[in-house]
Design a protein around this ligand. Structure first.
Ligand SMILES: Nc1nc2c(ncn2[C@@H]2O[C@H](COP(=O)(O)OP(=O)(O)OP(=O)(O)O)[C@@H](O)[C@H]2O)c(=O)[nH]1
Ligand SMILES: [Mg+2]
Length: 238
């Protein structure tokens, strides 16, 4: 299947169709290839996490669909979202995996196909936090097969729910640290608090992943304490 869409078609000289231009000269094909590399990226992202943590809700929000209050367990879904990132059009293919049904081979294939992953846990379900380790091991082992590493963002969902507390950990210096510091130290990956229900950080997940995937230097990186502060002020309101 070609991922080239008419929306992203380049401007050929007037009166010349893309097909005709291609057949007229190989030069146009070369220009086409070059421009595609410059202006158009296709990235596949797997979304993993325990049952009911809100993976599908987050994805639905990202692709512009409405929030659903009931839990409809996913088998596997596939979404496409186009975003503009640093003047490039990116087509993001999102694989929504199942947390409810145990399909390890399907999950492994999803990870192997992916350039990046989003790991979701939910603040109202401590068990979903413990399961992050399992998903991280799976990502690492799938990527080791193909000798690569993929960026991962951990999303802590349902921050809108009242009376929730993040687990705390003791670090190697014997200090008590928050879950986000623990995760950032342990796996060196970014952590984001989120609410699919009230649109907290939904719009920043994909750009953050693209920052990690981008070979250019990241222009601006928010220190993690800013996220933590935003998270606290959000919880204070609820
Ligand atoms: N309060 C609150 N509820 C949420 C949020 N995100 C999702 N939910 C609810 O959590 C339940 C499960 O959401 P899903 O998105 O279906 O969860 P999932 O991770 O895709 O679950 P599986 O497909 O079974 O693995 C639904 O009832 C959602 O309405 C959130 O940010 N806040
Ligand atoms: Mg789902």
């Amino acid at each position: 299947m070609s991922l080239y869409t008419e929306k992203n078609a380049f401007n050929f000289p007037s009166g010349m169709s893309r097909k005709k231009a291609k057949s007229t000269s190989g030069v146009f094909e070369e220009a086409d290839k070059f421009r595609r590399a410059t202006y158009f990226r296709t990235i596949t992202v797997a979304v993993l996490g325990d049952s009911g943590v809100g993976k599908s809700s987050i994805i639905r929000h990202i692709v512009g669909e409405a929030f659903i209050h009931e839990h409809i367990p996913t088998v596997e879904e596939f979404y496409v979202k186009q975003i503009t990132y640093r003047n490039k059009t990116c087509e993001i293919h999102i694989i929504d995996t199942s947390g409810t049904y145990e399909f390890p081979p399907m999950r492994r294939i999803a990870i192997q196909k992916s350039d990046a992953a989003i790991l979701v846990y939910s603040l109202d379900k401590l068990g979903s936090f413990s399961k992050l380790e399992k998903f991280m091991d799976e990502i690492e082992s799938c990527c080791a097969d193909s000798n690569r590493r993929i960026p991962v963002i951990i999303v802590s969902n349902k921050t809108d729910l009242p009376n929730l507390s993040e687990p705390t950990f003791v670090n190697t210096n014997g200090e008590r640290v928050s879950a986000c510091d623990h995760l950032e130290d342990k796996w060196k990956c970014q952590w984001l608090p989120a609410s699919a229900r009230f649109n907290l950080n939904m719009d920043v997940i994909l750009p953050k992943l693209l920052d990690k995937l981008s070979p250019e230097k990241t222009l601006e990186r928010s220190p993690s304490h800013i996220w933590k502060r935003r998270f606290r002020s959000f919880s204070d309101k609820s």
